[in-house]
Design a protein around this ligand. Structure first.
Ligand SMILES: [Mn+2]
Length: 468
C-alpha cells in the first residue's frame, strides 16, 4: 500500500518534470485528483479555481504560459518572449540585466484581455501562439562568452518548428524571406543593454541573410569602436551596429527614429550613413508630423525583411527614467506607440526592447511603458496593415463635434471582381443614412451604385465603422 500511495503523491512531481509542454500558470486540478478530490474541499466547492490575479502568481510576460524553451523541445510557439539579461557593455549606468524582470513585472495587468481601441483588435485574437521562453542564463563576467550564449540561444529558438497558430487567423509571416523557405518562429527580446542586438543580427543573418533595421533610440549606436580598443572591448552598446555592418549583417536600407544625442560632430552622421542608416530626429515629429515619420520609415524599408529594435531611451526620461543613458527632450510614450502602429504590415522577422534598467525607476513607470510597447509589438507583428483610427473628430461645426469614420472599402463589381479602395471619411450621420438604405441586419449592409457594390460593416456598438 505504501509504494502505491507514495507513487500517487509523487506522480504530480514526476509529471511536471517529464511532460513540460506549454503549461499555463494556472493550477491543473485534475493532476491532483488521485490524491485529494479538491472539488469537494471548502475552497474549490465555494470559489472554484485558484486563479492568478493581475498582481499575484509567478512572473511571466502578461501571464502567458512560461517554459524554459531551450530545455523544452516540446514547447512550440509562433512568437516567443525571450529575456537577455546582459548589461556589461554599457558606457554609463549599468543595470539593464534586470530589464526582463522589470518588463514582465510591468506587464502584470496585461492578460489575454488585450483589445484596445487604437489597434481595434487584441494581439491574442490574431492567431499566433505566444509563449514566454524565459531568460538566457548569461555569463555576467565574460562578455565574449555571453554574446556567444545569446547567439546560440537565439539561433536555437529560430530553428524550432513553429506552432502554426492557435486559430484560423494565423498567417505565415517568415517563410517567404527565409533562405530555407520554411516558416521560422519570431522572438520579442527583452534586454539587456543594446549590445544584445549584435548576436541577434548574427542569428537572423543565418536564417534570412542581411536584414533592414528600424532603430528607435536617442543615440546612433553606429559609432566606431572606442579608439585603441582591442578584441572584445570593441563591442559596446554604442558600437554594435558598426560591428554588424562590418560583418554584412544588415542591408544599407536601415533607419533611426528619435535621434537627439550629442555627437562629436557631423562626421558621426557621415559614418552613420556608411553603416546604412537614415536619420529621423526627435524634432522631425514636430516639423513633419507622425504620418510623415511613418511614411518615411515605410518608404525606407519597403518589402525587405526587417528587424525592429527599440531602446527605451527614445522615450523622454520624464516618462521612462529607468535607462542607462537618458537624454532630455524625447518622444512621449504615446507618440512612440502611434508610430509603431503605423509600421504594421512590414515584413518583421523579430523585435526587441532594450536598456530598461529598473534601479533608476520611479513607481515602475518605465517597466510599465516597456511592457505596453511589447503589447504593441505583439499586434504589429501580426497585422497586414496599420489599424484605422477609432474615430476622428472633424472641425468644430457648431454645437457638437462632427464625428467622422475612417473606412476602407472593398469594391465588389458585378462581374465578381473585388478591389480594395482608398480609405475615405464619412460623417457618422451619413453612415447611418446609408445604413437605412440598406438591409436591416444591423451588421452588414450593401449599398449598390452603378459601378460597384460597397460592403459596410459596422461594429455592434456602432463605435467603429469600417467598410470591409
Ligand atoms: Mn541604444
Amino acid at each position: 500500500m505504501l509504494p502505491i500511495l507514495l507513487c500517487a503523491i509523487l506522480s504530480p512531481v514526476i509529471h511536471a518534470h517529464t511532460h513540460r509542454e506549454q503549461q499555463p500558470l494556472q493550477p491543473d486540478l485534475n493532476r491532483l485528483v488521485d490524491v485529494v478530490d479538491v472539488s469537494t474541499e471548502p475552497w474549490t466547492s465555494k470559489y472554484g479555481a485558484q486563479i492568478d490575479l493581475g498582481y499575484t502568481g509567478p512572473l511571466s510576460f502578461s501571464h502567458l504560459p512560461y517554459t524554459r524553451c531551450l530545455d523544452d523541445g516540446a514547447a512550440l510557439f509562433d512568437i516567443g518572449i525571450l529575456g537577455m539579461p546582459f548589461d556589461t557593455a554599457t558606457s554609463y549606468r549599468p543595470g539593464a540585466r534586470f530589464g526582463p524582470f522589470a518588463i514582465r513585472s510591468g506587464s502584470r495587468r496585461q492578460s489575454a484581455r488585450g483589445y484596445t481601441l487604437t489597434w481595434g483588435t487584441s494581439p491574442y485574437d490574431l492567431g499566433a501562439a505566444f509563449l514566454d521562453c524565459g531568460d538566457i542564463p548569461l555569463s555576467a563576467t565574460d562578455n565574449a562568452k555571453a554574446i556567444d550564449q545569446m547567439e546560440a540561444a537565439y539561433s536555437t529558438l529560430l530553428a524550432r518548428p513553429v506552432r502554426g497558430g492557435v486559430t484560423s487567423a494565423y498567417k505565415s509571416r517568415t517563410a517567404a524571406f527565409a533562405k530555407d523557405g520554411k516558416e521560422h518562429p519570431r522572438l520579442i527580446t527583452l534586454g539587456g543593454d543594446h549590445t544584445i542586438v549584435l548576436p541577434i543580427l548574427r542569428s537572423l543573418n543565418k536564417v534570412y541573410g542581411p536584414v533592414s533595421v528600424i532603430h528607435f533610440d536617442a543615440h546612433l549606436d553606429t559609432w566606431a569602436p572606442p579608439a585603441g580598443a582591442q578584441g572584445q572591448e570593441r563591442i559596446t552598446h554604442g558600437s554594435f551596429f558598426s560591428i554588424a555592418a562590418d560583418e554584412h549583417l544588415m542591408t544599407n536600407t536601415s533607419i533611426h527614429a528619435g535621434i537627439r544625442c550629442k555627437m562629436t560632430g557631423p562626421q558621426d552622421i557621415a559614418h552613420d550613413d556608411t553603416v546604412g542608416f537614415q536619420v529621423i530626429s526627435t524634432d522631425d515629429i514636430d516639423d513633419y508630423g507622425i504620418a510623415r515619420v511613418i511614411e518615411k520609415i515605410r518608404q525606407r524599408i519597403g518589402d525587405s525583411p526587417v528587424y525592429l529594435s527599440l531602446d527605451i531611451d527614445v522615450v523622454d526620461p520624464g516618462l521612462a527614467p529607468a535607462t542607462g543613458t537618458p537624454e532630455a527632450g524625447g518622444w512621449t510614450t504615446r507618440e512612440v506607440k502611434r508610430i509603431l502602429r503605423g509600421l504594421a504590415g512590414l515584413n518583421f522577422v523579430g523585435a526587441d526592447i532594450v536598456e530598461v534598467a529598473p534601479a533608476y525607476d520611479n513607481a515602475d513607470i518605465t517597466g510599465i511603458a516597456a511592457a505596453d510597447i511589447v503589447h504593441d509589438f505583439m499586434a504589429m507583428l501580426q497585422l497586414d496593415e496599420p489599424p484605422l483610427p477609432h474615430v476622428t473628430l472633424g472641425p468644430d461645426t457648431g454645437d457638437s463635434p462632427r464625428i467622422l469614420f475612417s473606412v476602407r472599402c472593398k469594391l465588389r463589381y458585378a462581374n465578381g471582381r473585388t478591389d480594395v479602395g482608398k480609405s475615405i471619411r464619412r460623417p457618422l450621420s451619413s453612415l447611418h443614412e446609408n445604413l437605412a438604405e440598406c438591409n436591416d441586419s444591423g451588421m452588414i449592409a450593401y449599398r449598390k451604385s452603378q459601378r460597384c457594390c460597397v460592403e459596410l460593416k459596422i461594429s455592434e456598438t456602432g463605435e467603429r465603422g469600417r467598410l470591409v
